[in-house]
Write a protein that binds this ligand. Structure first.
Ligand SMILES: Cc1ncc(COP(=O)(O)O)c(C=O)c1O
Length: 362
């Protein structure tokens, strides 16, 4: 081991606390120290190469050190790294918002920025709650979420999370939510269609009894990633949309993991032609370069927040780095790469190439 690696590992163990990590185990380990990356590879301080097989936690889209994104960030750096969106507009954040509105489901018309998946969800649930307050339905305070769901680690997003191992300990700090069984085909004795219907029936039971108390239903569309890649049977998402419309409840889709091509379409919602009321985006939004997130919503929800300051309809939420200029520049470059390289349309060919290669492995 080269002396620099040793020094870095020692300093890491002295000063850092790693996410989701039992630090006792970490202290007993010899961690890999990443020094650089290129393409789909990571390179450690010993010069060893690794495939970045988890795409840096499902966020890297085009690879590392992609010239177009690198150049765009440098170019932005020569102008400004960050300026607040509180009281000011900023070029890149406007341009990106326009693009996001163009590429997301047609019902979505407004973009509210933040900096992580968890904050994008936190914003969606606060918007949903306040939407009902602003429209005179203050009793709508509860949310329906799926068991085993994961929406991030802030208190609001944990309240809507259903992974006991991560979320159980914080129980006393959380607000109450209703959880329904996720449509988990491997854990269900029956066909996919019945599995979807079983979960939909449970959602409908709740809505029938107390829709007037429900603010929104939140789902990870199509795939519950952190739960272990639970792939929902076809028709479930559409079914949730149908029920939320029938009972007049908002639908939040958390596309933090599924967005930006992960399920073969730009957004998972597109597989079932679903128009959500709120959509949460993060991870792949910058191609995996910088912490940026966005919560998109409809004109109708946005309009419910308009009025005189004295009416207290304002959405009092924001973060210092909301709409960060470097993040927006990276995101615009990433979206251009999607177009230039025809990434979505060229997927099926790549998928079958990988499938054929995997089929050869016993
Ligand atoms: C569906 C989903 N929502 C939210 C999050 C939280 O995102 P972040 O880690 O950026 O806060 C994740 C992270 O894995 C996720 O998979």
């Amino acid at each position: 081991m080269n002396p620099r690696t040793r020094k870095l590992i020692d300093a890491d163990k002295e000063c850092l606390w790693h996410p989701f990590t039992q630090m006792t185990s970490w202290l007993d380990s010899e961690p890999v120290v990443i020094a650089s990356g290129d393409g789909f590879g990571l390179i450690d301080t010993e010069g060893r190469r690794y495939i970045d097989g988890v795409s840096s936690l499902w966020c890297n889209v085009h690879g590392h050190r992609v010239k177009k994104i690198d150049d765009r960030i440098r170019d932005q750096l020569d102008r400004i790294a960050h300026s607040t969106l509180l009281g000011l507009a900023q070029t890149g954040s406007v341009e990106l918002a326009q693009k996001l509105v163009q590429i997301t489901p047609q019902a979505l018309a407004k973009v509210f920025y933040s900096d992580s998946g968890a904050t994008s969800v936190e914003i969606a649930l606060k918007m949903a709650y306040q939407y009902w307050r602003n429209t005179g339905q203050s009793d709508r305070r509860k949310f329906i979420a799926l068991e085993n769901s994961y929406h991030g680690d802030t208190i609001g997003s944990v309240s809507l999370g259903g992974i006991g191992l991560f979320h159980g300990i914080f129980g006393p700090l959380l607000f109450e939510a209703h959880f329904v069984p996720s449509p988990h085909p491997y854990r269900f004795d029956g066909a996919g269609e019945q599995c979807a219907q079983f979960s939909l029936d449970r959602i409908e039971q709740l809505l029938r009894r107390q829709a007037e108390k429900i603010a929104a239903v939140i789902v990870e569309p199509l795939v519950q990633g952190a739960a272990g890649i639970i792939v929902h049977p076809g028709g479930f998402l559409k079914g949730v949309r149908r029920l939320t419309r029938k009972y007049g409840v908002l639908l939040i889709v958390d596309e933090v993991a599924t967005g930006f091509g992960r399920t073969g379409k730009m957004f998972a919602c597109e597989h079932e032609n679903v128009q959500p009321d709120l959509m949460c985006l993060a991870k792949g939004i910058t191609g995996g370069y910088l912490p940026l997130a966005a919560t998109l919503t409809t004109q109708k929800i946005y309009d419910a927040f308009l009025g005189d300051v004295a009416e207290h309809k304002t959405f009092y939420h924001g973060h210092t780095y909301t709409g960060n200029a470097l993040g927006c520049a990276a995101a615009i470059a990433s979206l251009e790469l999607f177009e230039e390289n025809d990434i979505i349309a060229s997927r099926p060919e790549k998928v079958s190439l990988i499938k054929n290669a995997l089929d050869r492995i016993d």
